[in-house]
Design a binder for this molecule. Structure first.
Ligand code: G
Ligand code: G
Ligand code: MN
Ligand code: NA
Length: 248
């Protein structure tokens, strides 16, 4: 089977699943959001999962990513409707979906259908080669914000989510790329970058998230640097049955 056929098969036969990783307020360690991350069941090796790094690029090349994004939107909003105690869920939307004029309407419809407060959906925009037109991204973000969703630029500081884009795209949240976080203890420049990004974000009224928080030293330094929220293996790993799904 081609990747296109495998993805189609997965979409039609419950072959996708979402795993969840926590995003926390560092001082209280209270859950701020859960990030939903998609996996594909491996039909060849029963019980094994195929990670997005393997299939997302194929999904983007074949256009199947639009169906995956819709599935993620639908599944997540349904879950938010069922579980009023989940504060909010972050989903990843591919740049390919920016060009789909009906995507914001689809999100808005699903929120209404399941009676979910739009602020509980955090939409992370990720870079892809398909982001050909910044105006599409801008339109997409403006429509999402008009709906009341929270918008986050993922992998901020590298590639697409960079300063030039920040000037044009009205995001509420910046998720600072793990590239700046991983070696922040030993690399003074990374500390300077993160400090600068946090200060700039706060001046603009935006919230900051640090990803790839892998140990206590990094965690403590990020508190010192004033980061708002943290995500990473020090806190938890993506999992199917995240405890945050069951908080009362
Ligand atoms: O789960 P993992 O860390 O392997 O995810 C790797 C990357 O795959 C993420 O950084 C994200 O860009 C992408 N990804 C994960 N889940 C989704 C999803 O549901 N939709 C889209 N479009 N991309 C995703
Ligand atoms: O780019 P995005 O934030 O969507 O991707 C999240 C990806 O990063 C997931 O695939 C997740 O498995 C991975 N991840 C999450 N926390 C950590 C971490 O602390 N260290 C590393 N190396 N990867 C992480
Ligand atoms: Mn993300
Ligand atoms: Na990221």
């Amino acid at each position: 089977l081609s990747w296109k056929d495998r993805i189609t098969e997965a979409l039609e036969n419950e072959g996708l699943e979402l795993h969840y990783q926590g995003i926390y307020y560092p001082k209280t360690r209270k859950l701020a959001h859960l990030e939903a991350l998609v996996r594909m069941k491996d039909r060849q090796k029963l019980g094994e999962l195929i990670m997005p790094g393997m299939f997302i690029t194929h999904a983007e090349k074949t256009g199947k990513i639009i169906d995956i994004d819709r599935w993620v939107i639908r599944t997540t909003i349904e879950l938010l409707g069922q579980k009023a105690n989940i504060p909010s869920i972050a989903i990843n939307i591919s740049g390919r979906s920016f060009d789909e004029p009906e995507m914001p309407d689809y999100i808005s419809q699903q929120l209404k259908l399941h009676k979910v407060n739009p602020a509980r959906l955090l939409v992370e925009l990720t870079e892809t080669a398909a982001v050909s037109d910044i105006r599409d991204a801008e339109r997409f973000i403006d429509a999402l914000r008009a709906t009341g969703c929270t918008v986050c630029l993922d992998d901020f500081g590298t590639g697409f989510a960079s300063f030039a884009y920040l000037k044009q795209l009205k995001a509420d949240v910046l998720k600072i790329d793990g590239f700046f976080i991983k070696d922040i203890i030993s690399d003074h420049d990374s500390q300077v970058f993160v400090k600068g990004m946090v200060s700039m974000a706060h001046e603009m009224g935006k919230t900051t998230i640090a990803e790839f928080v892998e140990n206590e030293a990094i965690f403590n330094m990020l508190i010192e640097l004033g980061i708002d929220q943290v995500q990473g293996y020090y806190l938890d790993k993506p999992m199917k049955d995240h405890p945050g799904l069951n908080i009362i």
